[in-house]
Write a protein that binds this ligand. Structure first.
Ligand SMILES: Cc1cc2nc3c(=O)[nH]c(=O)nc-3n(C[C@H](O)[C@H](O)[C@H](O)COP(=O)(O)O)c2cc1C
Length: 201
């Protein structure tokens, strides 16, 4: 006959269990602010951005701001706990608008010398016309700009972030790609909750 589990063992197991990353609001802490920002000319990257935001919003405690890169203010940047940047692939790299956005971190918003984006969680997403046309390079260059700013970069969806192929045999954004984008938003929120909770200790 199986021996009954003593209550003390159950209580101890509960005390050492990892808290669910999504329970920030439930444990009475502040909300976590996520800025999802993107450039999009023909709407593909915007569609992915909306799905990323949706994924982040699904996590309790999330405050999500969705903006085009050209509309982001210094306050938007500095008041965020996490930042998710999306770009169309232009010549196997991020588009000029997204690069200008990063350049403006210093030119307009003066992130140095204090490293004002330090320890914020960062992630990337991209859309490109071709299957093998530079989506991963695009995400990696976005992550590289974040690493240079001493941010904590994470993936989600795919290995380097969420991405979608938009032309040829795979026009537009399909449900699998949207699901990947939602995964990215959720993952970034989960990590941002852990970082924020850790910083409060
Ligand atoms: C100037 C320009 C350069 C592009 N270069 C590439 C490329 O190198 N590789 C690729 O896969 N797609 C390339 N594309 C296609 C876009 O990345 C693709 O259509 C993307 O989904 C557009 O995003 P949007 O609808 O958000 O504007 C290029 C498009 C333009 C306008």
């Amino acid at each position: 006959m199986a021996r009954p589990v003593p209550w003390l063992v159950i209580l101890c197991a509960g005390a050492f269990a990892l808290p669910a990353a999504s329970s920030l609001a439930a444990d009475g802490a502040d909300s976590v602010a996520v800025l999802v920002t993107y450039h999009s000319l023909s709407g593909n990257t915007e569609k992915m951005a909306r799905a990323v935001a949706e994924g982040a919003k699904a996590v309790p405690g999330a405050r999500v701001l969705l903006k085009r890169v050209g509309d982001v203010t210094g306050n938007d940047l500095f008041s965020s706990d996490a930042l998710i940047v999306g770009s169309p692939v232009y010549w196997s790299n991020m588009s000029g608008e997204v690069k200008t956005f990063f350049d403006n971190w210093q030119l307009k918003f003066g992130v140095f010398p204090e490293f004002k984006m330090r320890n914020k969680v960062g992630a990337a997403f991209a859309t490109g016309g071709q299957v093998s046309g530079g989506k991963e390079v695009t995400m990696l260059t976005i992550l590289a700009a974040m690493l240079g700013n001493q941010m904590i970069v994470v993936s989600g969806g795919g290995a380097f972030g969420a991405s979608a192929t938009t032309e040829g045999d795979s026009p537009g954004i399909d449900d699998k790609e949207l699901a990947e984008a939602r995964d990215l938003g959720r993952r970034v929120m989960e990590v941002a909750v852990l970082v924020k909770r850790g910083a409060r200790k």
